[in-house]
Design a protein around this ligand. Structure first.
Ligand SMILES: Nc1nc2c(ncn2[C@@H]2O[C@H](COP(=O)(O)OP(=O)(O)OP(=O)(O)O)[C@@H](O)[C@H]2O)c(=O)[nH]1
Ligand SMILES: [Mg+2]
Length: 301
């Protein structure tokens, strides 16, 4: 019998904010590498999640949701998404389980220029009645340009086996780029900062999540058997600082408790997490601060 050839490749996850790109990537990798929330514009940087099986390795490239930019940070996020299209083998265009709207049409038009296969992935099918799915799939069939149209649920695991089998069909033969135990291309300190930002996204509302950035200042010292992690939470205004600290420090304490648990799960060791909150006026429009915090447009290919 002929031996099955090993397949591998890079697959970009593209779509509007909040459609479930990061949730899908985490499900495929089997661990949280990208943060998720019910608020749009959760993901800000490109981040890879690596899926490895006996016959295939897929490097999923999660990207920020594509939307109309309002600030230099938004510009960076759109560039991070669109430039990923240049160096992947395949694109998953993810949408909500509804007929196409303006935002998706805009992305569909951009994807017409892409040379590699594009699959349309209709996520959150657990949210709709099965009768509603066919007309939605039909409306996307009419658009043409998609090699496959796949309904899935990234939270329920529906359609995932099918998705992986279809990817296997299209991906080229290739090497295993990463060792089987590596699940992301990002360093630990990046994921740690994101896990802290995730709790702020979950615990605060309105403009606070969008005005927040997190930087890990130090994570290489042990004290009393625990890894000491020091991190700074940046906001744009004094009022936002007050909200993140909360009455008597209650909010910051909760952010610390929740994110420490997540960080300990990730690193597999006990952590002493120390958080500071600083105001950095209008940082989202400040090129040198954006660069310092890792949102540097020039670094994107
Ligand atoms: N019901 C349902 N909810 C889902 C599904 N997949 C994701 N969600 C939810 O949708 C919300 C957004 O998920 P994310 O993974 O953060 O979305 P995203 O596309 O990465 O968003 P951005 O990073 O902002 O572009 C979260 O509340 C998820 O729990 C699904 O299959 N079914
Ligand atoms: Mg995301």
């Amino acid at each position: 019998m002929e031996e099955k050839k090993f397949k591998s490749g890079f697959v970009a996850l593209i779509g509007r904010p909040n459609v479930g790109k990061s949730t899908l990537m985490n499900y495929l990798v089997g661990q949280k590498v990208a943060i998720t929330s019910n608020k749009p514009q959760t993901t800000r940087n490109r981040i890879s999640g690596i899926y490895t099986s006996d016959d295939m390795q897929v490097v999923f490239v999660d990207t920020p949701g594509i939307f109309k930019p309002h600030s230099k940070l938004d510009d960076y996020m759109d560039k991070a998404s669109l430039s990923s299209l240049n160096d992947v083998d395949l694109v998953l265009f993810m949408v909500e389980p509804e007929e196409i709207g303006k935002g998706d049409q805009y992305i569909a038009d951009l994807l017409k220029e892409v040379k590699v296969p594009v699959f349309l992935v209709i996520n959150k099918v657990d949210e709709i009645h099965p009768n509603k799915l066919l007309p939605i799939m039909d409306s996307y069939h009419k658009l043409e340009g998609f090699k496959e149209i796949l309904p899935i649920s990234a939270t329920q695991g529906i359609g995932i086996e099918d998705l992986l089998a279809t990817l296997n069909k299209y991906l080229p033969e290739g090497p295993q780029y990463y060792s089987a135990d590596q699940i992301t291309d990002r360093p630990e300190y990046f994921v740690v900062a994101e896990l802290i930002r995730e709790q702020i996204l979950r615990l605060t509302s309105q403009e606070v999540p969008h005005a927040t950035a997190v930087a890990v200042d130090q994570m290489n010292k042990h004290q009393n058997g625990k890894l000491v992690i020091e991190a700074t939470i940046y906001v744009e205004r004094d009022g936002q600082k007050g909200i993140i600290i909360g009455k008597g420090g209650k909010m910051l304490k909760q952010v610390g408790i929740n994110s420490r648990k997540e960080i300990e799960d990730l690193l597999g060791e006990k952590v002493n997490l120390r958080l500071w909150v600083k105001v950095q006026h209008n940082w989202r429009s400040d090129p040198s601060f954006l660069k310092q915090i890792g949102y540097d447009k020039k670094e994107l290919s």
